[in-house]
Design a protein around this ligand. Structure first.
Ligand code: ADP
Ligand code: GLC
Length: 478
C-alpha cells in the first residue's frame, strides 16, 4: 500500500477556476483503492461554499514560523465520495472573494500553504510515500522536501511528483523577495535551481527538485521542450526529459454524463441522440433569446477568456462567420478585452450570438449538451478538458492541433469515415475559418456523416481509467 498526498490550490467540488480543479477532484477517485491511499490537501478559502464548510470537521491546530511571524495553521477534514480531504485554515491568507489575485500576495499565500501542508502531516498522522504537487502554487514543496524537511525521520524518504498543468504561470518575483518568503538559503538562488535571471521562480524549483515531472498530454510534454511553448524553461524541460511523463487527462464520467445530467431538458445517449439532443438546443435558444430554429448549427465556447484560448482568431473573423447560417453561444469570464469583444458581437448579431459573461456549472453543461459543435482554437493547450466534455456530449470539437487538443480530437477524414472532430494546424484566423466552414458543410449537406462523427465522439473513452493506471505505474517507480 502506498500513501499519496495531492497538494493543490483548487479542487472540484469545493473550489474551481479551471481544469486544474476538475483533475484534482477526479483523479484520486480512480486509483486502485487496495494499492493506493490517496488524500488531498487544499487551502480553506473564505470563498468556499458554506455548504462544504459546514461539513468540515476540526482536526487540530498549531503555530508555524513563517516570513517573520508565528502563524496559525488550522487543520480541518472532510470525507467526500470515499476520498479524505484536508483543509489548511488561516484567515489572514485565505480571505478574499477568489483563490487568486495579486501575484506577490499569491506567492506569499501559497508558499505559506505549501509549508503548512507539509508541517501538518505528522499532526494529521498521515505519512505519504509520494507528495504529488500541482502547478506553481505548490512548486516549493519538492524543494522543501529536499531541504528543511529532510532532517526529520518523518519526511526523509518522501518522494515528490510535480505536475505541470500550465507552464505559463510560474510564480515569479524578484529573487530576494522569494528568498525571504520561502526562507530558503543562498544555495538555491543560482540559475540551475530557483533563480531565473534576477527573479526567483517557484515552479522552476518544483521541476528541478521533484523526483518525477508530469504534464497533462504527450504533445504538450514535447512542446514545452521547445522555445515557443517552453515559457523560458525549455532548457530545464529538456534537462529533465528522462523524468518527464506526458499523461493525458480524463474527465469524471459520472459528473459529465448526458444520460443522467440533471441540468438538461432531455437526457440522451449514443443510441438516441439523433432525436433527443436537439431538444436541449431548442430549450437553450429560447432561454438565451436566440432565433428559435432547431436546424441551425449552434457552436459553443466555454472558456476562461484569456489569450491562451485563441480568442484573437475568433475576433479576427467573427464578422465573416456571422454571415453564415450559424449561432454562437459563449460562456466565459476573464480579461476585459475578450469579455467586451463577445458582448459587442452579441449586441451586433443579437439573434445569432449569445455572450454569457459569468461562471455557471449549470450553463456549461447545457452548452456542452445543446450545441452541435464546440470551438477551441487555443494558442497552446496543455490538455484541455472542455473538448473532452464536448466529445462526451456528442458535440463535435473544432480545435487547433496543439497540446492535448491534438492528442484527444481525431480529425475527420471523409474518405475513410474516421475522426471525432475538425482541426487546423497553424495559428491563423482563416485556417480556423476553413475548419469551421468545412464542419458547416458536413453538418448541413451530409447529415448522416455528421451523425457518424457524433457517434464516434460519444464512443471515445476519456474516462480516467487508462490515465490513472499510468499514474499508478509512475508511483510504483518511486
Ligand atoms: P483551463 O483549465 O485552461 O481553463 P480546461 O479545458 O482544462 O481549461 O478546463 C476548463 C474547465 O472550466 C472546464 O471544466 C470548463 O467547463 C470550465 N469552465 C470554464 N469557464 C467556465 C464558465 N464560465 N462557467 C462554467 N465553467 C467554466
Ligand atoms: C490547465 C490547462 C488545461 C488543462 C488543465 C487541467 O488549466 O490550461 O489545458 O486541461 O490545466 O490539467
Amino acid at each position: 500500500m502506498k500513501n499519496v498526498l495531492f497538494v493543490a490550490s483548487e479542487c472540484v467540488p469545493f473550489i474551481k477556476t479551471g481544469g486544474l480543479a476538475d483533475v484534482v477532484g477526479s483523479l484520486p477517485k480512480n486509483f486502485d483503492k487496495d494499492r493506493f491511499d490517496c488524500r488531498v490537501i487544499l487551502p480553506k478559502y473564505l470563498c468556499i461554499d458554506q455548504k462544504w464548510k459546514d461539513q468540515m470537521e476540526y482536526v487540530d491546530h498549531f503555530y508555524m514560523d513563517f516570513y517573520g511571524a508565528s502563524r496559525y495553521v488550522g487543520i480541518l477534514k472532510l470525507e467526500y465520495e470515499d476520498i479524505m480531504y484536508y483543509f489548511i485554515d488561516n484567515e489572514f491568507y485565505f480571505n478574499g472573494p477568489r483563490p487568486y489575485g495579486d501575484m506577490l500576495w499569491d506567492i506569499e499565500k501559497f508558499t505559506f500553504f505549501s509549508r503548512a501542508a507539509l508541517s501538518a502531516l505528522p499532526v494529521i498522522g498521515f505519512q505519504p510515500d509520494i507528495v504529488h504537487c500541482h502547478d506553481w502554487q505548490t512548486g516549493v514543496v519538492p524543494v522543501y522536501l529536499k531541504d528543511s524537511f529532510r532532517g526529520g525521520e518523518f519526511y526523509w524518504n518522501m518522494k515528490s511528483v510535480m505536475t505541470i498543468h500550465n507552464l505559463k504561470f510560474q510564480g515569479v518575483w524578484d529573487y530576494k523577495t522569494i528568498q525571504s518568503i520561502t526562507g530558503l538559503s543562498d544555495y538555491y538562488f543560482v540559475p540551475d535551481k530557483l533563480k531565473d535571471y534576477e527573479n526567483g521562480n517557484l515552479l522552476k524549483g518544483g521541476i528541478t527538485y521533484a523526483d518525477k515531472v508530469t504534464t497533462v498530454s504527450n504533445t504538450y510534454a514535447s512542446e514545452i521542450q521547445s522555445e515557443f511553448y517552453g515559457e523560458g524553461l525549455d532548457g530545464l524541460m529538456r534537462a529533465r526529459q528522462n523524468d518527464l511523463w506526458g499523461i493525458v487527462n480524463g474527465i469524471d464520467y459520472d459528473l459529465y454524463n448526458p444520460k443522467k445530467d440533471k441540468f438538461l431538458v432531455a437526457n440522451y445517449d449514443v443510441d438516441n441522440f439523433r432525436k433527443e439532443k436537439i431538444k436541449n438546443k431548442k430549450a437553450l435558444q429560447k432561454e438565451l433569446g436566440l432565433a428559435e430554429d432547431p436546424k441551425c448549427m449552434m457552436i459553443g465556447i466555454v472558456s476562461r477568456l484569456t489569450s491562451q484560448k485563441g480568442l484573437d482568431l475568433i475576433d479576427r473573423v467573427m464578422d465573416e462567420i456571422c454571415q453564415d447560417a450559424i449561432q454562437i453561444v459563449v460562456l466565459g469570464m476573464g480579461e476585459e478585452q475578450y469579455e467586451n469583444m463577445f458582448r459587442h458581437f452579441a449586441w451586433k448579431y443579437s439573434d445569432k450570438v449569445s455572450a454569457n459573461i459569468y461562471y455557471s456549472e449549470e450553463m456549461s453543461h447545457k452548452i456542452y449538451a445543446s450545441c452541435d459543435a464546440f470551438l477551441m482554437p487555443s494558442l497552446f493547450e496543455p490538455c484541455g478538458l472542455s473538448q473532452l466534455m464536448s466529445l462526451r456530449y456528442g458535440t463535435v470539437p473544432i480545435v487547433r492541433e496543439t497540446g492535448g487538443l491534438k492528442d484527444t480530437v481525431e480529425a475527420y477524414n471523409e474518405y475513410e469515415n474516421k475522426g471525432t472532430g475538425f482541426s487546423f494546424t497553424n495559428y491563423n484566423a482563416h485556417e480556423m475559418m476553413g475548419a469551421i466552414r468545412y464542419a458547416e458543410k458536413i453538418f448541413y449537406d451530409r447529415k448522416r456523416d455528421w451523425n457518424r462523427i457524433v457517434d464516434r465522439a460519444m464512443m471515445a473513452d476519456f474516462s480516467w481509467k487508462k490515465s490513472a493506471e499510468i499514474y499508478e505505474q509512475l508511483y510504483d517507480l518511486l
